[in-house]
Design a protein around this ligand. Structure first.
Ligand SMILES: C[S@@+](CC[C@H](N)C(=O)[O-])C[C@H]1O[C@@H](n2cnc3c(N)ncnc32)[C@H](O)[C@@H]1O
Length: 243
């Protein structure tokens, strides 16, 4: 298998799996930035940004590359080991803490942007989904944006081969039928719904990884809706009281 090298770090080989992660992140970031630019919401140095269920904190680190200030970026995670990892990987000024997204230790109307990546997929009960959305609504400012990156109606088909993934019993949201939009409609209005990425790894029909040079072709095919995705990116506006 081909290996690549990270930037100036000539010791660490980058394998094809790393490239797929980078490719999928790139697709999410290009859509997120496109939406923010279209909405005229690019005042990154002044935004307070939250990622509940932040995992390793990669989305927040990306936004610091768009000039969000590390001290304005907040990650909340149930898992203490994830919090430790975030602290290890991120600028010291970033705020990471252990806690539940169902009851967040933040003031009302505090954040400009909330990013939920893989968090809604953790909740199988509708009441939990609406409770989570109420808590996000509480901490989000008027005119705030919530991004949701999560699994959709293609997920169970695409990952059927992977028992470990299926055993997690994650909840896909039917992006064709507006399932997530309906659950959040009391508090959020959908702005955009886009095909994020196909699957974690990209294989040819013979089950070998695709060539890196094929990724731009896959990128275009997803943009053109010729390739089905298991992951969708939604953007929501917080509804105002009189809406
Ligand atoms: C699929 S992972 C996604 C991690 C990260 N957002 C990303 O995109 O790489 C979902 C994360 O949500 C966390 N999580 C699940 N339920 C949570 C809750 N109620 N409060 C805070 N974090 C939660 C899990 O520990 C896990 O790290």
């Amino acid at each position: 298998m081909k290996t690549f090298r990270y930037g100036h770090d000539t010791e660490t080989p980058v394998n094809i799996g790393d490239i797929f992660v980078l490719f999928n992140n790139y697709r999410v970031y290009k859509y997120m930035l496109g939406i923010l630019v279209e909405l005229g919401k690019t005042d990154f140095p002044n935004y307070k940004i939250l990622e509940p269920g932040c995992g390793s904190g990669s989305k927040l680190r990306f936004l610091t590359e768009c000039r969000a200030k590390p001290e304005n970026c907040y990650g909340l995670e149930m898992s203490s080991s994830a919090v430790e990892l975030c602290k290890k990987l991120s600028p010291v000024a970033m705020n990471f803490q252990q806690g539940s997204a169902m009851s967040m230790p933040f003031e009302d109307n505090y954040f400009d942007i909330v990013i939920c990546s893989g968090l809604f997929g953790c909740f199988n009960v509708d009441q939990d989904v609406t409770r989570l959305s109420a808590e996000i609504d509480r901490v989000l400012k008027a005119n705030g944006i919530m991004f949701v990156l999560d699994i959709n109606e293609n997920f169970n088909e695409f990952y059927a081969y992977n028992k470990a993934v299926m055993d997690k019993k994650l909840r896909p949201y039917d992006s064709q039928n507006g399932e997530l939009e309906a659950l959040l409609e009391d508090r959020f209005t959908v702005v955009s719904r886009l095909p994020a990425f196909v699957i974690d790894g990209y294989l040819k029909p013979d089950n070998t990884p695709v060539e890196v040079t094929d990724l731009p072709i896959i990128d275009k095919a997803i943009d053109d809706r010729e390739e089905r995705c298991a992951y969708t990116l939604w953007a929501f506006f917080k509804k105002m009281d009189d809406e």
